[in-house]
Design a protein around this ligand. Structure first.
Ligand code: NDP
Length: 342
């Protein structure tokens, strides 16, 4: 059972060498009798920025740290091979927290946000980790529940071509908003403008003055900022918010990668005279609207109203590189690893 383990807790920017691909023991492809577990073959693994937080020896967050020497865990899509749990039958497909390994023994009782997936010829299976998974749901819950969007409003999205950002922008367009995205390369900016339907997009790495860049695209100010990066981009957005604007604090990936753009917040005071609402959120607070999200976003996709860009790495060996690539912007779209063929 080949697996990806965390070697040691990580300080600073994670690198591939913080992880190791190990040829594990030969295992019997059976769920032990009396264990109430089921054995899955992992097909796809999701790479997500929050996983960086679990590489730190810190217990005060909403998720516990990974255990060094043990396989990394994350969202995955897998096929049930054998089961000692009457609720899971061999052949079924599931999506939930699994190990970064070829086969995992899972238990349904430990609240893994486990759900069964029905095959649908119109939807690639791996999309259940992106468009129809945690990333897509974060975009949906964050945009509708936190941003309170109104038609005609101006919306700014950072890390806009990523797993979450690309859907936020498209939902905002469907809502009748003016949408601008920032991303870290020309290729990503072109995708935002030509494939994902953003009104405008810019490469933040080419802007010496982020405040000036935002003033160029939002001369009348920003109603909604969907913040995926924090740091200096959040600081610049605070200078450009309209009165009673809303900022959804979704993630602060720039702080995790400790790059030169990860400076502190100086402009927070602007939130007061402008009565800006800043709200942090976790997608897991909104599970009650997950069925509504699936229905709406699946519908939009099937009607051709939205598209989704994926970045697929082939094989467990490439999983460490895929994960650390998130923190230098190597991924173009939702980063997924294919472990085995469907
Ligand atoms: P992405 O697919 O967007 O991948 C991460 C991207 O972040 C990179 O491609 C890169 O894009 C950008 N990035 C990396 N380093 C920096 C930096 N120093 N400054 C600016 N941008 C940087 O990830 P997701 O869409 O999965 O996640 C987006 C955000 O949403 C993350 O902050 C994540 O933690 C958060 N999140 C929050 C959830 C919640 O419940 N609140 C749930 C899921 C995600 P580029 O090339 O454009 O710089």
């Amino acid at each position: 059972n080949k697996k990806v383990i965390l070697k040691n807790y990580v300080d600073g920017i994670p690198t591939e060498t913080d992880m190791e691909v190990k040829i594990g023991d030969t295992i019997e492809l059976k769920a032990p009798k009396g264990s109430s577990c089921f054995l899955v073959k992992n097909l796809y693994l999701s790479c997500d920025p929050y996983m960086r937080g679990r590489m730190r020896d810190f217990h005060g967050s909403y998720l516990p740290p990974f255990l060094p020497g043990q396989p990394i865990e994350g969202f995955g899509l897998a096929k049930v091979i054998d089961s000692d749990d009457p609720n899971y039958t061999p052949g079924e497909l599931i999506c939930g927290i699994t190990g970064w390994e070829e086969y995992s023994l899972l238990r349904s009782s430990n609240e893994l946000q486990l759900r069964k997936i029905q095959l649908d010829d119109a939807i690639p299976l791996s999309y259940h980790l992106g468009l129809l998974g945690m990333a897509g749901f974060t975009a949906y819950a964050g945009f509708y529940e936190i941003c309170s969007p109104r038609k005609g409003e101006s919306v700014f999205v950072s890390a806009a071509s990523g797993a979450v950002g690309q859907l936020v922008g498209q939902l905002a367009k469907l809502h009748g908003c003016y949408v601008v995205g920032s991303a870290g390369s020309k290729q990503k900016v072109d995708l935002l403008k030509n494939k994902l339907g953003f009104d405008e997009a810019f490469n933040y790495k080419e802007e010496a003055d982020l405040d000036a860049a935002l003033k160029r695209y939002f001369p009348d100010g920003i109603n909604i900022y969907f913040d995926n990066v924090g740091g200096s981009m959040l600081d610049a957005a605070l200078l450009n918010m309209k009165v009673r604007g809303r900022i959804a604090l979704c993630g602060m990936v720039s702080l995790q990668s400790l790059s030169s753009s990860s400076q502190g917040i100086n402009n927070l005071y602007n939130a007061i005279p402008k009565r800006v609402r800043l709200e942090g959120f976790l997608q897991s607070d909104y599970v009650h609207i997950f069925p509504q999200f699936l229905e709406h976003v699946k519908g939009y996709y099937k009607e051709g109203k939205i598209v989704y860009i994926e970045d697929m790495s082939e094989g467990l060996e490439l999983a460490p590189a895929a994960l650390v690539g998130l923190f230098s912007g190597k991924n173009v779209g939702k980063q997924v690893v294919r472990v085995a063929n469907e």
